[in-house]
Design a protein around this ligand. Sequence first.
Ligand code: SF4
Ligand code: SF4
Length: 373
Amino acid sequence: MTLLIDRDKCLACGECAERCILDNIRVQTPPCRAACPVDLNPQQFVTLVALGRTQEAAEAIYARVPFPRLLANLCPAPCQGRCTRRGVDQAVAIHALERFLVEGHQPSADRFAPGPETGERVAVVGAGPAGMTAAVRLRQAGHKVVLFESQGQAGGGVRADLAPELLAAETELLDRLEVDQRLGTRVGGSVSLSELRRDFLAILLAVGSGADLEFAVREGAELDPDGRLKVDPAILSISLEGLFAAGQMLAGVDNPVAAMGSAQRVVEFVDRFVRGQSLKLPPALRAGKVLPAQVDSRRIVELRAQAATGTPDRSAPVPQDELSGEPVARRAADACLRCAEAVDYYDECWYCLPCEVECPTNALILEIPFLVR
Ligand code: SF4
Ligand code: SF4
């Protein structure tokens, strides 16, 4: 074993795995991340809070999620349902920590810059959380995006749940990325789907649950027995060439954050379609450099025994509604068991050191044999 990992500092961020020139390192996925619809890594931002690096913790969220206020206010926190700490006492207050970070820290002004322009045009129909997220990601991929929304304002179903000033602060990103927003324009009303099919290379439908799909059926789109658009689950395309679907119009997507997650997934396929690439992802892209975390059940039993005798070597979780201020946030973050870590996958090492040098928390130390040193 060559890698020594300080479990209290490892973010399971994968930076070391990316840097290893021998492709020797893999990073595990903590259960909280595996449950997250938008692939946030709670171990990463929670650990950064525990280390007192709250701005970096907030940036880890901002870099992944275009609309963080929506996440901080409306996420049902499936991560907490899977949190290993529940086996000891209760889940880490991941969602309250998210709120603490998003409410108290500003994102950098240039996050989600548009990519090099491809000159291709994509239509997104529906400006709810899924449509908005897809619009941002497609701009990042360099495509021109026209976002059609039947209402006079973006936001879709979350307009009723978010304060207007919070929603306005979120939709500002669409303006900054020059997403062409056609508000008050109903597809199937003042503009038809066949016009969109004529003018755009790809179309992403994100019209929400319970929307009237007659406009798509008239064009030949098929419905499933539940009256939803029939979707290829692997690539989220519908039965018309170049048309894809995202958000709560999909079966099993039942909240705004899951809707944003489905948009992040489908955009990869829309982008490949627009670039004329195969929609079958190569196995290497699908697998990535991740492994499931191996949670040591003996550790849970030990912590449970410690909790019973009142001599814990880790903080007890702070209840969600008691989290306010940085000292309490740090204590709440300290309860995390850091379920995942970087691992020496092939036990193959040239001691070239970029993994150790680039680790953001100095969690990784290479054990260099005396003769190499
Ligand atoms: S060892 Fe460092 S670089 Fe590697 S996953 Fe952990 S924190 Fe990230
Ligand atoms: S203990 Fe920490 S790393 Fe493990 S599931 Fe809970 S928040 Fe995630």
